[in-house]
Ligand binder design. Structure first.
Ligand code: FE2
Length: 304
């Protein structure tokens, strides 16, 4: 005991803390926390962090905590906009290069969405510009994956999910579970989604505003696909024409996840008397096989 304490006397706080971690029973916690604290000490040295700057960090952390409630998780939002959530997701769900990238599910997923027939519309209020979305599911050799389950959920034309506005949209509006046919294909009738902003009225939003970082998510459809023998895929399909593609605050945009939203019939996009545009989009999803020794997929646990 005496030797352990005396041996750290005279060390810099960074080194003394690292020495104390040697006694920890949780080796992974000690290693990861040690690396984190070492990086923080390096920041102090490199940038000559002041007392008032440290106080500002502690004040910000306090505000983030106070902004949390049963309906809001400001810490999770902070992890999202710093790229930590997507970083962990990417690390935990590495797929072969040819497979469709997995992404975070976002906060608006519901596990109890209704099942829909092929070709059925998930727009229960018929508000918005109609969109026919054709999905196909294949394996790494481009062979169809028959009867895959394809679950979709999306915001409406105003960028709002039904569970954000239960008084303004029918329950389960713009979400549903489809079953692909024997060729791995499904047709989903919906409306064209709009992008939306993640919550900006709390301390995280204020920090992002100070940094001139956008909170606007580009328009997208969330998709979750499951099929026997394959790793579950939770991903997005983004509107390739959205100008916010390279600014997604959740870092979920991958080049493989872009889709063209094209007019169903030429000429329906313009003119003062033009009918409501009808759009088409299609996307092919490539599943990776389940690894023989794969750990359980954790995407479900994050679909909060
Ligand atoms: Fe979303």
């Amino acid at each position: 005991m005496e030797g352990g304490i005396s041996s750290s006397l005279g060390l810099r706080p960074a080194d003394a803390f690292a020495a104390r971690l040697a006694q920890a029973e949780d080796a992974r916690l000690a290693v990861v926390l040690g690396a984190f604290v070492a990086d923080l000490h390096a920041l102090i040295d490199t940038y000559a962090i002041t007392r008032s700057e440290l106080h500002g960090v502690l004040l910000f952390a306090t505000e983030v905590g106070h902004a949390c409630s049963d309906q809001r998780q400001e810490w999770a939002l902070l992890a999202d906009v710093l790229g930590l959530t997507s970083g962990v997701e990417n690390q935990m769900s590495r797929r072969p290069v040819a497979a469709t990238p997995n992404t975070l599910p976002g906060p608006f997923y519901r596990a109890d969405a209704p099942r829909r027939r092929d070709g059925e519309s998930i727009s229960l209020d018929q508000k918005g510009q109609p969109l026919t979305f054709r999905a196909s599911v294949v394996d790494l050799d481009a062979r169809p994956v028959p009867h895959a389950q394809i679950e979709v959920w999306q915001a409406n034309a105003d960028g709002i999910y039904e569970n954000q506005a239960p008084d303004q949209q029918p329950e389960f509006n713009l979400r549903g579970i489809f079953r692909a046919n024997a060729l791995g294909r499904a047709t989903i009738r919906t409306v064209r989604p709009a992008g939306y902003a993640v919550p900006g009225d709390g301390p995280v939003g204020q920090l992002m505003a100070r940094l001139a970082i956008s909170l606007i998510r580009p328009a997208h459809i969330h998709v979750r696909i499951t099929a026997a023998g394959f790793q579950p895929l939770t991903t997005h399909v983004f509107d390739r024409s959205d100008p916010a593609l390279d600014q997604d605050p959740l870092f979920a945009v991958h080049p493989q996840l872009l889709a063209d939203f094209t007019p169903a019939e030429p000429g329906t996009r313009g003119g003062a008397n033009a009918p409501v545009p009808h759009w088409c989009a299609e996307h092919r999803f490539t599943l990776a096989p389940t690894a023989p020794d794969a750990a359980p997929d954790t995407a479900d646990a994050q679909a909060d």
